[in-house]
Design a protein around this ligand. Structure first.
Ligand code: TXE
Length: 500
């Protein structure tokens, strides 16, 4: 079956897409955009038009924020017990899993993601995350504190409370549209907030379907609203909206800064999970087969469109050549094709624009004197496929070494001493993640505290857990997704001091 036939067949099978023109989801109903405009949603494997989604305006954002606020302030929302929110989130988790076939097909159609990855990570991991966050609804707590107040007279009772921060905005990128939407919605709902979600204009479909599932789980209409549209219009209006108490954003560092600036004007709280250029440091004693496998996944998983991708490989010189040979062999053997084909290991990039961006990095790296170990060309015809690519000998100042490519592109560099590796690893404005590969626990322990990164893996890369906070040092962001930190990020901490 050709790529086009595979996509067309999937398209026919999804009832949600029979509508073709998809409005916003506000206050529990589908709403046509105020301006009447729609944006195309395109399958990056075939360039087939899959659907059209509303091109949201500031007026649409106003309506969504008003709905979230009315719900947040309603008596019925305030009277929900933590156990009620827990139960509804638990039902949502089951609904995400039960609708996994449809959700994963939508992810593959709109983003080119391998269907199996969508099933396992976006749907499977997403459902588990919602279940994990459901548990937090009943476990948030303040503290009773001993105090040293010296004012004579009464006794003093001092304690803290965690309260929901209020109406929250979730601005989500295209690489894990369903999973990252859940990373934000689930802790917000667990904490007692209501939400306006703005998915990427390239991948709005699963967010819209998710909003329906949220209602089916028992949440009221205004608990999760979805406004689709561009970042420049809908996204910017949401980040700057005075009715938003907290914005949780995942995307590029440049856009994250814009979101942060807009938020500060209203003192809106913000969490920013931004770009990365994550180093993998391989010491000479490492198990090279394990490293080759781990780094291949680290950089080529989801075509390298992962914020924590192991895009900079630093290898101790005695094993540099051997490891590059293993990696090149593994990269050349990867099967490139449609995400619907279970044999496929590498799918298309998300869009033509992103494909052009990644190819520009590759061409520039060549022009700057980097050696292509393997790859470096477009693959297949018709969609936005790039060969798994490895560069060696790229000058330290080259853009491919310093900037986030967000594609299947690895740059390898040798080093002699561990100090040199740590210095190079930290020589970047980013600080999202890093990995260390060695058989020596002592060596690993010594390196971990020296790395400026929000997550450090040892003998692994890109391994996430719902309980482990994820976020960046330096320009990779502020605040944390996942774990207790995420749910606490949707709360205010109130101190109470009572004269008894
Ligand atoms: O990201 P943007 P783009 C990086 C990656 C990629 C680059 C560009 O390097 O190549 O970013 O991708 C919304 N106010 N990452 O252009 O612009 C936008 O509509 C408010 C890393 O897609 O950051 C989308 O919903 N919102 C990353 C979201 O922000 C705005 C994942 C992300 O878009 C806005 C994706 C504005 N002014 C890309 N402008 C990661 N950390 O995983 C845009 N948006």
């Amino acid at each position: 079956m050709s790529l086009l036939e595979a996509s067309r067949e999937q398209l026919r099978r999804i009832p949600f897409l029979s509508r073709r023109r998809l409005g916003h989801f506000i206050d529990g109903r589908v709403h046509d955009p105020v301006g009447g405009a729609y944006l195309p949603v395109v399958d990056p494997a075939t360039e087939l038009l899959i659907a059209e989604a509303a091109d949201g305006s500031a007026a649409d954002v106003d309506a969504a924020v008003a709905s979230a606020r009315a719900t947040f302030e309603s008596r019925s929302w305030k009277s929900l017990r933590p156990a009620d929110r827990e139960a509804m989130l638990y039902r949502l988790s089951e609904l995400v899993a039960a609708n996994g076939d449809e959700l994963s097909a939508l992810e593959t159609l709109q983003g080119g993601k391998l269907r199996e990855v969508a099933r396992r990570i976006d749907v499977g991991g997403g459902a588990e995350l919602v279940r994990y966050m459901a548990g937090w609804a009943t476990k948030l707590e303040g503290q009773t504190l001993d105090n040293s107040i010296s004012i004579p007279g009464p006794q003093w009772l001092t304690y803290t409370r965690r309260e929901p921060v209020g109406v929250s905005a979730a601005i989500v990128p295209w690489n894990f549209p369903l999973a990252i939407a859940l990373w934000k919605i689930a802790p917000a709902l667990a904490a007692g907030c209501t939400v306006v979600l703005k998915p990427s204009e390239q991948t709005p479909l699963t967010a819209l379907r998710l909003a329906e599932l949220v209602m089916e789980a028992g949440f009221p209409g205004g608990a999760v609203n979805v406004v689709t549209g561009t970042g420049a219009t809908a996204g910017a209006a949401l980040a700057a909206h005075p009715g938003i108490a907290k914005v949780s954003f995942t995307g590029s560092t440049a856009t994250g800064k814009r979101v942060g600036h807009a938020a500060v004007d209203n003192m809106t709280r913000f969490t920013l999970e931004l770009g990365g250029k994550s180093p993998a440091i391989v010491l000479e004693d490492a198990d090279l087969d394990q490293v080759a496998q781990g780094i291949c996944t680290g950089i080529f998983f989801h075509q390298g469109q992962v914020c924590t991708a192991s895009s900079r490989l630093l290898v101790q010189r005695p094993v540099y050549g051997r490891l590059l040979d293993k990696l090149a062999r593994a990269a050349r053997s990867m099967r490139i094709g449609s995400g619907f084909d279970p044999q496929t290991e590498l799918g298309p990039l998300v869009s033509r624009r992103h494909f052009d961006r990644v190819m520009d990095y590759i061409d520039e790296a060549r022009a700057e004197g980097a050696t292509v170990v393997t790859g470096g060309r477009r693959a297949l015809e018709g969609g936005w496929f790039v060969e798994p690519t490895i560069f060696a000998d790229a000058p330290a100042r080259a853009a491919v070494v310093r900037e986030e490519v967000f594609g299947p592109v690895l740059v390898a560099t040798p080093f002699d001493e561990v100090d040199e590796a740590v210095e190079r690893a930290n020589d970047t404005p980013y600080g999202l993640a890093a990995s260390v590969w060695t058989r020596s626990l002592s060596a690993a322990h010594r390196i971990v505290p020296r790395l400026q990164a929000g997550t450090v893996w040892v003998n692994a890369h890109n391994v996430l857990d719902n309980a482990l906070p994820l976020g960046g040092y330096k320009q990779s962001g502020t605040g944390r997704d996942l774990g207790r930190a995420a749910v606490e990020g949707f709360t205010e901490l109130k101190s109470v001091c009572m004269a008894v």
